[in-house]
Design a protein around this ligand. Sequence first.
Ligand code: PEP
Ligand code: MG
Length: 567
Amino acid sequence: MFIGKGVSKGIGIGYAKILKNDEIKLTNFKVDDKENELKYFRKCLNDVVKDTQNVVEKLSGTEADIMNAYLMILQDPTLTTETERLIQEEGYNAGYATKIGFETVEEVFKNMDDEYMSARASDIEDMKKRVINKIANKSELDLSNLPENTILIGTDISTSDTAKLNLNSIAGIIIENGSENSHVSIMARTHEIPAIVGAKNILKEIKDDMYIALNGETGEIYVNPSNEQIKNLTNIKKELETEKEELVKYKDKETITKDGYKTEVFANIGTPKDMDKVLENGAEGIGLFRSEFLYMDSDSMPTEEEQFNAYKEVLEKAGDRQVIIRTLDIGGDKDLKYLNLEKEDNPFLGYRAIRICLREPEIFKIQLRALLRASAYGKLSIMLPMISSITEIRDAKKIIEEVKQELKDRKEKFDENIKVGIMIEIPAAAIMAEDLAKECDFFSIGTNDLIQYTVAVERGNEKISDLYTKFHPAVIRLIKMAIDGAHKSNKFCGMCGEAAADERFIPLLIGLGLDEFSMNPTKMLNARKMIRNLNREDCKKITEEIMQMETAQEIKQRLTDYKNSIN
Ligand code: PEP
Ligand code: MG
């Protein structure tokens, strides 16, 4: 058995197909007719762009987004600056110039601090191979026609190869390199295809058509598995299928504990396209629309009209459900190239989110106008991110009132009583919760940031990730302060950080009196099932015990044991 990193849960059993990425042998020579060589390079590049556009047209949802990002890089003139210079000024042949030119860009991406951007280096490598293939007239592999039950194995599977796959025939994916963030992993999770990355040297052991089984959760890979191993894996597969089928029945059920404590399961979304999954999984509302994704998906600031249309689409699809849209939360780990934000030593403590909006009200006002206009089409609430003081709420509300007045003058329709809430994701806000609650209509606790600011551990830092924990007593005390603070003013308090979906944490949140749990749509039914199995009174008792505990380890153990006693 081999072990890699499981990145998409599920059991895959089938026959290996190796994705060969054999390099074309390139010779390096100088040409006489530089202009002609440049023309030939541009034609080949253009052919690759056209092939990619044809693939994009057939896609939708996450795959379309991924391939559009790929296309954008492919069409960016800076990608080919060095290649064109090598042909035009130094007279190199197109193939060699492409290799050197694209590798220069690949290196730049590899060295980027941003994990997502550095993962794009493999896209550049893929583009390089495809352009070189065109130059050498070599045809590409047909991935749309693989046999049923294929376990696709490669050193890496590029974004463009991923987009070409006929997913119905793929029983599993194994790659030697890759990361949790690579597109193939994202795609595998979206389509529930079991997948493993980081399977070092696996290609030395596996040849085409070998019998393979894998567990996408544990990262286990079996080459020529025994009958016993297949029996065990088939049992796990059946359990997973039953679990999924069983969850469907919770789609239209109330989110209520056995003893009648009513709460709600909401969805976190990033784009209007996510609404299908939201409705499929029975959301009672949208607890967090991360509006910055609209900004990040675009190469210039989205206009008022573009934003208005996106918000309106979500509201119309949501019907009478509440939709909480968070205003621009850029900065920290989310960059916007066209805003030209200065590089900072501590971006998580820097110029970000509401801090930008209050200092650059012209940007904020465009979004507020779009939000207010969209509020005429459903139950929209505005949520302000990264609030650390009362002054920030007052300043933001002042700008909201100005925009309302503008719209009144323009005779535009909007909800005059639109609710304005805040994220509680900075310890200062949790400590001041009682006071902040008097200034706004609701809270939503963002544990992803609240944890990092409470324990001073950057949320993406793998080295000290053991210290980044929601079970830290300080984090739990701050959550309690936020919920109690909201309730004192009869305001509702939700949670949209990842902790809201954790089955071990849910009983504690019920005990503390959380009003709304917002999460990734694929996790909602499981959370609703969990809540329906709980008793509020028992949760309160566990919560009292937890509040007396001093260490994260003790708390985690107690909550894990409790969760296991429920299931
Ligand atoms: C959070 O911080 O918990 C949150 C939901 O916001 P984001 O993950 O977008 O920072
Ligand atoms: Mg946050």
